[in-house]
Unconditional design. Structure first.
Length: 143
């Protein structure tokens, strides 16, 4: 019975469309206007959105700085989604030890450390930013 009703409705829609081409044109115009308005609304909502690191992308320390450990005051990142600050939804992943002032960077041996920022907001969930912290050996005086 449901199939019979569907067929009857489809027939009536086809007859109406054939009988009144202006209705079809009006439908197409309304659809086009809806698409344009939707695009403009999305563009306005996301105009100032972005995901960026604060401060430098790469930070370098020299072997032996701070008597074996330096506290890195991590500047963090900025996430703006749909015109609002969503920085609180960013997860930070790193092997560095968290301290009150930021992260403890061991300078007793050369190494490279990464601080990875992963937003949980659906607009930026596929992106991540990486800050690289490098501990270099002290340069020799042979110049």
């Amino acid at each position: 019975m449901a199939n019979t009703v569907k067929r009857t409705v489809k027939r009536q829609v086809r007859r109406t469309a054939k009988a009144n081409p202006a209705a079809v044109v009006a439908l197409i115009v309304a659809l086009a206007i809806g698409v344009v308005v939707g695009y403009l609304a999305c563009a306005a909502l996301t105009k100032n959105d972005g995901f960026a690191l604060k401060g430098e992308k790469e930070i370098v320390f020299t072997l032996g700085d701070g008597d074996g450990s330096v506290t890195l005051a991590e500047p963090g990142c900025v996430l703006t989604a749909l015109g609002r600050d969503a920085s609180g939804s960013v997860r930070v992943e790193t092997d560095l030890e968290k301290t009150d002032g930021g992260y403890a960077v061991p300078t007793d041996a050369p190494g490279v450390y990464h601080i990875v920022y992963r937003p949980a907001h659906f607009l930026f969930s596929k992106y991540s930013l990486v800050r690289t912290v490098t501990v270099n050996a002290a340069e020799g005086g042979d110049e």
